[in-house]
Structures are given as structure tokens and as C-alpha cells.
Design a protein around this ligand. Structure first.
Ligand code: ACO
Length: 325
């Protein structure tokens, strides 16, 4: 029997043109560049244009990941799209992307795990490929969080942005050689008891409206630091590795202080952490593939290097993935 592993063949991302910086935001709500920067590390964020949807961002990022992989939509067996801001309640935004990428077979589905969405989507696609149910997959994280923000609530609206990132995967036979490329393991968790700490106060079955994001920031911060430390340890020890083996940490980009806290816990030099939160803010499910695309694009992350991905989000959900690029 042949065993398979999922290899990342290409990475791509897309950010809307419109940039909203802290100074402009301070003219909209009672905040300041200093407050936002000191508490979060965020300078600016990208905002989708009127009429530009999550599917548009996802398609652009997906096209770029496929091009980097030397693949086309016609080569794909599976699309898994992580988003908390779908175009419509149904059908899945992934099916729209499927059509636009020219993929007419296989399956396309959305995954909802908010900021952990990309790790969840990657884990699902990895399992399809390992089981031989798909040979190729496109995993996308795409969000238009600007549409679910209460722009009068300074405690939340300053934290988020829009964007998309994607990776193209191919199943390759496991050879058993050391330093084999591919997804080594993924680790997922959730704990629904913390629903009320981070949620959207609307939805088709409750209010029949879309609603706005609500968050108990301080509580979320506390749980994020603890949960990320736990899952990062879990991923490293499951592979018999130590943080010193890592070439890069590519964390979910919620807050510079959470990122620095996780790096400190790992004993990892901050020079080994890809940080994009300053330029993108928190793009939820899109933040990890956006950061990964930045690291690959500027030549820092190279083939064969060991990369740890981690995220925590509403639900609560949290997870990690260890990848040899
Ligand atoms: N501008 C100016 N003042 C503000 C702003 C703002 N944008 N927002 C809140 N304040 C004020 C508050 O009203 C409060 O004033 P008060 O003391 O007079 O009542 C004061 O600043 C302190 O507010 P806190 O909420 O206690 O500030 P804190 O230091 O906790 O920072 C923050 C808030 C940045 C949200 C922090 O708690 C955090 O980063 N939490 C994590 C949340 C997160 O990242 N969520 C993303 C989704 S989950 C994930 O991705 C991990």
C-alpha cells in the first residue's frame, strides 16, 4: 500500500488596493495611531472595494497559488475555503471560486473556524490527500471582515482587515527518507464554552441579519496565549522535535503582543517569525497564508525549511500545523 503526504507546491495571496491607516481611522472613531500601535502593532489594513467580495479575493489568491505551483483549476480535485465572511449564506463561496478557476469536477467546500480557519482547512485537505480521496487540493483563507465590523466600536474596528491567501497541495508518496517535504502533522482543538467571548451578533437562524463582531478583548488575549502555547508544544512533541529545529514560525496575525508571547514561549528568536500584522491587521482565516506568501515571496522561507503554523479564533478554536516546505 502506498502512503501519501501533502506537499505545498505553490503559495499565493491577494490584498485589496484600498489601504486604511491608523491616522484615517482616528478621524472615524475615538482612537489614535499611538493606542492602536502600542496595543496591537497594527499600522494599517486593506479594505475590499464596494462590490468586491470574499470570492473575488479568494479567486485572485487561488490563481496565484496555482500559477506558483504550475497547476491550473483543471488539475484540482478539491477546494477547501476557510472563511467567516462568505459571499452568501449559501451556497459555499468555494463553489463560486471553483467555477471561476475552471474546475468542473471534484468537490469544493467552505470551512468555518474563524481565525483558525486556515489551519482547519489545511488539516481537512491534508486528510483527503493522505487517504487518497484527492490527489490535488487548493486551500484558501479569504475574508472581508470589514463587512462585519461595527465601525462605531473602537474596541474592535481597529483590529481587522480584508485579504486572502492560498496554498496548492499535491499528494506525493511517502519515501520514509529524513527531511521529506510536506505537511508533517496538524492539530485541531475547539471549546464551545467560550462562544460569548468572540462572536458575531447576527446570523440567518437567529436574527436573519448578518450582525457585527463582538469581542471581550482582554479575555480573548488571555486564552490565546495559553491555547497557542499548548498547541505549539503538542505539534513539536508529536514530531519528536524542538523549537530549535524550526526555521520559521508563521503565526495567525491577530496582535503583535500575542505573536511575541508565543515566540518567547518557544524560545524562538523574533527574527524567525513572519510578522505581517502591522501592514494587514487581523485578516482572520487569511492571515496565515498571507504571511506565508510574504515569507516565500521575499525569499525568507525556502524549500526544505521547517515551518510551524498556528492560530486561535472564535469558538474558541485553535490549532497548529508543522510543514516542511
Ligand atoms: N482606541 C483608544 N482607546 C481604546 C480603544 C481604541 N481603539 N479600544 C479600547 N480603548 C480603551 C478602552 O475603552 C479602555 O478604556 P478605559 O480604561 O477608560 O475603560 C482602555 O482602552 C483599555 O481597554 P482594554 O480592552 O482593557 O485594552 P487592552 O489592553 O486589553 O487591549 C485589545 C485591547 C488590543 C483588544 C487586546 O485585549 C487584545 O489584543 N485582545 C486580543 C483580541 C484579538 O486579537 N482578537 C482577535 C480575534 S481572536 C484572535 O485572533 C486571537
Amino acid at each position: 500500500m502506498i502512503l501519501y503526504r501533502s506537499q505545498i507546491e505553490g503559495v499565493g495571496s491577494y490584498l485589496p488596493d484600498r489601504v486604511l491607516d491608523n491616522a484615517e481611522l482616528a478621524r472615524m472613531v475615538d482612537t489614535s495611531d499611538e493606542w492602536i500601535l502600542e496595543r496591537t502593532g497594527i499600522h494599517r489594513r486593506h479594505i475590499a472595494a464596494e462590490g468586491q467580495f470574499t470570492s473575488d479575493l479568494a479567486t485572485r489568491a487561488g490563481e496565484r497559488a496555482l500559477a506558483a505551483a504550475g497547476m491550473t483549476g483543471g488539475d484540482l480535485d478539491l477546494i477547501v475555503l476557510a472563511t467567516a465572511t462568505p459571499d452568501h449564506t449559501f451556497p459555499a463561496t468555494a463553489t463560486k471560486v471553483q467555477a471561476r478557476l475552471g474546475m468542473t469536477r471534484g468537490a469544493a467546500l467552505d470551512v468555518q473556524a474563524v481565525c483558525s480557519g486556515f489551519i482547519y482547512a489545511l488539516s481537512i485537505a491534508d486528510n483527503f490527500l493522505r487517504l487518497g480521496q484527492a490527489r490535488t487540493a487548493l486551500v484558501i483563507g479569504a475574508e472581508t471582515f470589514s463587512r462585519i465590523l461595527d465601525w462605531n466600536d473602537r474596541t474592535t474596528c481597529v483590529l481587522f482587515g480584508d485579504g486572502a491567501g492560498a496554498v496548492a497541495l499535491r499528494a506525493v508518496p511517502v519515501t520514509g527518507k529524513p527531511d521529506e517535504r510536506g505537511i508533517l502533522s496538524t492539530h485541531l482543538h475547539s471549546d464551545g464554552r467560550h462562544h460569548d467571548m468572540l462572536y458575531v451578533d447576527g446570523g440567518p437562524s437567529t436574527t436573519r441579519t448578518t450582525g457585527f463582531l463582538r469581542m471581550m478583548g482582554r479575555e480573548v488575549f488571555r486564552h490565546a496565549v495559553a491555547n497557542l502555547a499548548q498547541v505549539v508544544d503538542e505539534a513539536m512533541s508529536a514530531n519528536g522535535m524542538r523549537a530549535s529545529d524550526l526555521d520559521w514560525l508563521v503565526p495567525h496575525q491577530a496582535n503583535r503582543r500575542i505573536i511575541d508571547g508565543t515566540a518567547r514561549k518557544l524560545g524562538l528568536d523574533t527574527a524567525k517569525v513572519i510578522v505581517t500584522v502591522g501592514e494587514h491587521a487581523n485578516t482572520s482565516a487569511a492571515s496565515i497564508p498571507l504571511a506565508l506568501a510574504q515569507g516565500v515571496g521575499d525569499g525568507r522561507i525556502r524549500k526544505g525549511q521547517l515551518v510551524l503554523l498556528e492560530a486561535m479564533g472564535g469558538g474558541f478554536t485553535w490549532g497548529a500545523g508543522l510543514v516542511r516546505m
